[in-house]
Ligand binder design. Sequence first.
Ligand SMILES: [Zn+2]
Length: 128
Amino acid sequence: MLKNYTPAEYRTVTEYELVFDDGHNNGFGFPCDSTGKLLEGLNPAAYENRLRCMMHPEQFVRFNEVIRHDRRVKDFAHGTCSCGNEVELIDHYLGACQCGKCGKWYNLFGQELLPPDQWGGDSLDEDY
Ligand SMILES: [Zn+2]
């Protein structure tokens, strides 16, 4: 069993966009904060495009408007492997996943499994 098992959960991420468009998302949208200040580290062309938009308000239905987007993201269940590695419980192989450090297998509830090659069942190389 993984230590510190944490079940999957959804959370809401809020992002803002400074919009210059025709009211139907045809135009420009720049990532910004809730006050409309552009985020740092954008492509330099984004700042230039925004300046150009500011000089031509007549071209836009929505001009310099902050639009809020809420989206749901899923944090996968996760926990700490006995080797100390943090493991995200994502279905990589038949409902199981493997620790990237020590190679142990877990189901999506964090219970340790035998490696898939020891799961048994029908095998193509069995003799009849
Ligand atoms: Zn491990």
